[in-house]
Design a protein around this ligand. Structure first.
Ligand code: ZN
Length: 239
């Protein structure tokens, strides 16, 4: 076994206060397009840049085009399953070792793998609500509708995801900060740590060991005791 992975394995074995912070790379392995990265779905041709389409002002201005893109690109195929990373994290929680998963992903795969304490910083495609009266809806209200889905009150039903120009929820941020601040071991994976303010969260860590698992360098590599450049699913299969 690669020595850095065995070090991580040792940390995991010794800790009962691990927190995992993950990004798009956690999900791209089972074939989910990346919500906010240039090498994911954004290379594909669309009339507007994807960053613009999934922004608050675009959603208000042009919900038809937003939903065309959303249904086409952001809803994962029904047969997508959690990978080794999701499954191992869920096991670690059941074993009493992992306190929380903090994720930038909106696909709900951590919950599908059985994780219970999941902080979804960018929301979830599995929850929807009326932008006007706040009534909650099942995801089918958006996914199975034609055109712009409407509430009985006349408002537009939208997914509970954080669009560009929208702030993260205070409660989620507070929870994330608290878990990270209290953790002994922080494992950060599948994120280039370029999305703010989420990426700045790891600055709150003051525990024993910080590991970064990512294929490309991140601005925080020099803060980490361990940097592992491997596919995250392969690392979690071995710890
Ligand atoms: Zn409504």
């Amino acid at each position: 076994m690669d020595s850095s992975v065995s070090v991580l394995k040792q940390w995991v074995a010794e800790s009962d206060n691990i927190v995992f912070f993950g990004g798009a790379g956690v999900s791209t392995e089972p074939g989910i397009p990346d919500f906010r990265s240039a090498d994911g779905l954004y290379n594909q041709k669309y009339k507007y840049p994807p960053e613009e389409i999934i922004s608050h002002s675009f959603f208000e201005r042009n919900p038809e085009e937003f939903y065309r893109f959303y249904r086409d690109k952001l809803i994962p195929p029904a047969d997508v399953k959690p990978n080794r990373c999701h499954l191992r994290l869920s096991e670690l929680e059941r074993e009493g070792k992992l306190r929380a998963v903090i994720t930038q992903n909106i696909d709900g795969l951590h919950q599908a793998a059985g994780s219970e304490r999941v902080i979804e910083l960018h929301g979830s495609i599995h929850r929807c609500y009326c932008a006007k009266c706040r009534r909650e809806y099942d995801e089918s209200a958006v996914n199975d509708a034609q055109g712009v889905p409407r509430c009985g009150c006349g408002g537009v039903i939208r997914p509970d995801v954080v669009l560009y120009e929208e702030g993260l929820r205070e409660d989620d941020l507070t929870d994330a900060v608290n878990y990270i601040r209290e953790a002994d071991v922080l494992i950060v994976g599948g994120t280039s740590l370029n999305v703010y303010p989420a990426a700045g969260l790891i600055r709150y860590f003051r525990g024993k060991h910080l590991a970064l698992i990512n294929m490309s360098p991140t601005p925080y590599d020099n803060m980490a005791e361990l940097v592992i450049r491997e596919k995250i699913g392969q690392v979690f299969a071995r710890i």
